[in-house]
Structures are given as C-alpha cells and as structure tokens.
Design a protein around this ligand. Sequence first.
Ligand SMILES: NC(=O)c1ccc[n+]([C@@H]2O[C@H](COP(=O)([O-])OP(=O)(O)OC[C@H]3O[C@@H](n4cnc5c(N)ncnc54)[C@H](OP(=O)(O)O)[C@@H]3O)[C@@H](O)[C@H]2O)c1
Length: 291
Amino acid sequence: MPPKGRIVVTGATGTVGREVMQRLARQGAPAVAAVRNPGRARSTLGTVPTIRFDFEDPATYDETFRGAEKLFLVRPPAIAAVWQSIFPALRAAQAAGVQHVVLLSLLGAEENPFVPHRWIEWYLQSLDMDWTFLRPSFFMQNLSTTHRAEIRDRDEIFVPAGEGATSFIDARDVAAVGARVLTGAGHARRAYALTGAEALTYAEVARILSDVLGRPIGYHDPSLLDFVRRQLGQRPLGFVLVMAGIYLTAQLGLAARTTLDVERLLGRPPTTFRQFAEDYRSVWAPSSSGS
Ligand SMILES: NC(=O)c1ccc[n+]([C@@H]2O[C@H](COP(=O)([O-])OP(=O)(O)OC[C@H]3O[C@@H](n4cnc5c(N)ncnc54)[C@H](OP(=O)(O)O)[C@@H]3O)[C@@H](O)[C@H]2O)c1
C-alpha cells in the first residue's frame, strides 16, 4: 500500500538518493528530499520538495521527521562515527513516528562487523521500527564519478583489482529497488543483496568502454602503493584507504557474487555494464568538463 505519510529521502543529492527522489516524485509519492543545502540541491533536483537536514545538526531532526512515515537512509561516506550522528537521527525518527527505514547498506555487510553499514543495521534491528536493508555491490557509477577523469583524460582505468571480477550494479537499479520498497508492501524486515547479472574483471570493463567510446581504454593494475600514491594527490587519506580496501577485496575474488534479487524485485534483468556505458558515454568525452 502506498505510504499515507511523508517519505523522507536522505542523500538526495547523491548517486542513489537523487534517483530515488526523482522516481518517487514521478510516481506522485509524498516524498521530501532531506538535504544540507536546499538552495544548492535545487540545481541537482529541480522542483521537488526539500527540507534542510544535516545528520550532524540535531536541530534539523524534528522538523524533518514530523509527519513522516518512511525514511530512505543513506550513510554519507564521510560519516564513520555513525553512533554520533546517524543513531541520534534514527532515535528522532522513531520518536516522531516513522514506521519504516530503508537503509542503503553494502553487499556482504551481514558478514562484516567492521563496516559502519553493519553497525547501522544492528542499531535499526534494536529499534521499534520496520527496516529493509538494500545491500548493493560496487556501483558502475564509480567509473563515471571517482574514475571519470582518468578515463576521460588518460584513457585508462587505474585500480589495483588484479584479475578479480566485480558484480557491478547500476546505481539506477538500486534506486529503482529503493523506490519500489518505499512504496510497496511486503518488504519489512527483509534484506536484499543487489548485484548486476554478471561479474566483470576490470580488463573486461576496459574492453566494453573501448568499444562504446570508440577509442582504446587500458586497464592498468598498479601495486597498492602506486595506487595510494596517485590517489593521495586528489583525495583524503581515509577515502583512499577505503578505496584500496575495496579493490583488494575484488582482487581476492570476493566481489564477484551475483544474485537474482534485482530481477525478482523489478521484474526485469539488471542493467548491463554496456548499457550503463552507452547511457553515460558523454561524461568520458575528452572535451567534457567536471572532475
Ligand atoms: N559507491 C559504491 O560502489 C557503493 C556500493 C555499495 C554501497 N555504497 C554506500 O552508499 C552510500 C553512499 O551513497 P551514494 O553514493 O548514493 O551517495 P553520494 O553520491 O556519496 O552522496 C552522499 C550524499 O550524502 C549527503 N550528505 C553528506 N553529508 C551529509 C550530512 N552531514 N547530513 C546529511 N546529508 C549528508 C550528500 O549531500 P550534500 O549535497 O549536502 O553533500 C549527498 O547527498 C555509502 O554509505 C556507501 O558506502 C556505495
């Protein structure tokens, strides 16, 4: 049954949340984008309803959750101390009467007590609200955001993933599942493992990109040290170490698991990497701007 109360969408200017918000708006669902800077968010989101919300500013909690029934919860990558700024927000959501939290978690979180996503899952299970955990694999969009510049400017993918395969998922599929779970019934207290239909090595990814972009894109498999060295010029140490950990996991063959959950939930196969590359082709065009 569609929710009667509001759906609060966090991370609504980000990769997944933006798509969730736009899908809900198109469906006419009573959704509001909870964003740190509503003025700036308008340039990303257009005219959807927004409210000022900051996990790190508890003064924004009450107004955000008043009258809300569901919450799409994205843990911002920069927030590691989730007990400081995510747990208090969840307590405020519960106190305001939110009934169901849909968490953007991480593939394999159930087996990994070291990731903040797992700590949030545990915390949600201890509260008196329904929950659904979306546990996606590695987003295809990492190649159109984090690795965009190296592909566009140097025609290369520079990650230490060896010959390990990854079951890449299109973040748009994750968002489609999110919107479906937020507006449909039967998802309470369930966890979904969301992956693409196939696992690809980075050499295979480079071949598909070469094909679609019409110019050779190479895969360079640097040592961990060379990778960290190059990334440190561009990103903070914490982020670089998380990236290194992710590629090491792929190198060890631990990122290749595929599931049927996306197809079951959406009634269609997951988006292929080739389709993703075709849809995003312009971001890697040598003349395009952006980081
Ligand atoms: N990338 C992957 O391959 C992958 C795979 C599986 C799971 N995940 C998980 O997905 C989550 C990230 O999702 P995403 O990639 O869609 O997000 P994203 O593109 O990284 O965007 C982060 C969002 O969080 C918002 N934000 C940052 N700090 C905030 C704060 N203090 N209070 C409120 N909002 C804040 C940002 O808003 P502003 O516009 O205000 O900055 C932005 O909307 C992470 O937990 C990540 O671990 C990622």
